[in-house]
Structure formats: C-alpha cells, structure tokens
Write a protein that binds this ligand. Structure first.
Ligand code: IMP
Length: 213
C-alpha cells in the first residue's frame, strides 16, 4: 500500500519515514508521487487546512488514477504557533503573519514587544500540529500534537526555523532553536502528531493490510 504525505518539505519527509518505518507502506512525497497541484489553505483551523490538503491530493490521485487500483493513504499536516496573550495568534496564519516575506527576526522581535508586560504563565504559547489522513475507503482520521512553552524574553538559538528562537521550553530550559534538530523532531508537535497518527492507523480497520505480523 502507498502512503502519500502532502508536502514538499524534505525534513517532514525524513520524519514521517522514520516514524512509519517497519510498516508495509511505501511512503512518498507529493513530488515523488508526481503530484503538482496548488491547494488554497483557506480554513480557519489547523484541522480544516490539513483536511483540505489531504482531500485535494486524495481526489487528484483517484481522478488521475496515479497508482491504478493500488490502495493509497494520504496524509497532510498543518501547524503553527499559538500565543495565549494574543488570543491564539498567529495560529493558522503563522506563515503569513506580518507578511509572508517579513523575516522571522522581525516577526519574533515584534511578538516579544507585544508581550512586554506579560509575566510567567501569561506568556504561555505552543506549536500545534494537526495531521489528517484519508484512508482508501474515504474514511478520515485526525491526530494532533503540541509543543508547550512560553514566549521567551529574548530570541535565542540558531537551530530550527521560524518561531523556534522565541519558544522557550521550561521542561528543557532552552528555546526550540537551542535544541539539536534530531532531538526536536523526537519531542516536537509534529513528532507527537505523527506518532499519534501511526497509533491511530494501527487501530484502524485497514491496519491488517500494512501491519507486519
Ligand atoms: P507548516 O504548516 O508546517 O508549513 O507551518 C506553518 C508555519 O508555522 C511555519 O511557516 C512557521 O511559521 C510556523 N511553524 C510551524 N512549525 C514550526 C516549528 O517547528 N518551528 C517554528 N515555526 C514553526
């Protein structure tokens, strides 16, 4: 059985291959599956956007008979940063927040400025990731994961990307950008959502077709 992950991101592909290893599933990116479509992610929730992407890719594979009669699972994810003191912003708008082309150094400095008067738990924030799966029979499964932290007083760290330098993780005493990438993948919102999805797939009606005995 094929599993297509609706992403072009190499890091995400590496993570999903690691987490789905040991299953009888041929894991492919959209590009590897020969799918090149533009999908408008215009929902107002992570779940909504993940479902839009997964359904679009699933329908495309069906219509174009990309894998003939072979069964396919399609997965798609959506993630972002939620800041309690900003009513959950930037949330689904994380990539577009303050403008798509605005450098993260500017976005991160502005977020810290907006939270200037907030102390301790008032600085609560998290990365959230929702993954949607469409099974060969059209059934849908949702899994999610969160990476809880606080908005740092100052950006710190060179690893990672995006908002990593300003999410301080009290459990680790560091920001997400100060954690080595492999370690972050193991404990991150996306890592947790992927693991949860693997467990849900293993409990689904079709698990017999890809689970090794
Ligand atoms: P995507 O849905 O994975 O493409 O993530 C959307 C946006 O959320 C990214 O462009 C980042 O702004 C933000 N984001 C998601 N995950 C992370 C992360 O692990 N670190 C930093 N920023 C993230």
């Amino acid at each position: 059985m094929k599993l297509v992950f609706a992403t072009g991101n190499k890091n995400k592909m590496r993570e999903i291959r690691e987490i789905m290893s040991g299953l009888k599933l041929d894991v492919l990116s959209m590009k590897e599956a020969g799918i090149d479509i533009d999908i408008a992610e215009d929902a107002d929730s992570f779940e909504g956007n993940a479902l839009i992407k997964a359904r679009a890719v699933f329908d495309f594979i069906r219509e174009k008979k990309i894998f003939g009669d072979e069964q396919v699972i399609v997965l798609a994810d959506d993630s972002g940063l939620e800041i309690d003191a900003l009513g959950g912003e930037p949330g689904v708008y994380s990539a577009r927040y303050m403008g798509e082309d605005t450098p993260y150094s500017v976005k991160n400095a502005e977020i810290i400025r907006r939270l200037k008067r907030k102390k301790g738990a008032e600085r609560g924030a998290r990365f959230r990731c929702v993954i949607a799966a469409i099974l060969p029979d059209g059934n849908e499964i949702i899994a999610d994961g969160a990476f809880e932290g606080l908005i740092a007083e100052e950006p710190a760290g060179e690893n990672g990307f995006g908002y990593d330098p300003i999410l301080y993780l009290p459990e680790y005493g560091r920001t997400a950008a100060q954690i080595p990438p492999e370690e972050k993948n193991r404990i991150s919102h996306r890592g947790k959502a992927l693991k949860s999805m693997r467990e849900k797939l293993s409990r689904s009606s079709i698990s017999g077709t890809f689970e090794n005995p």
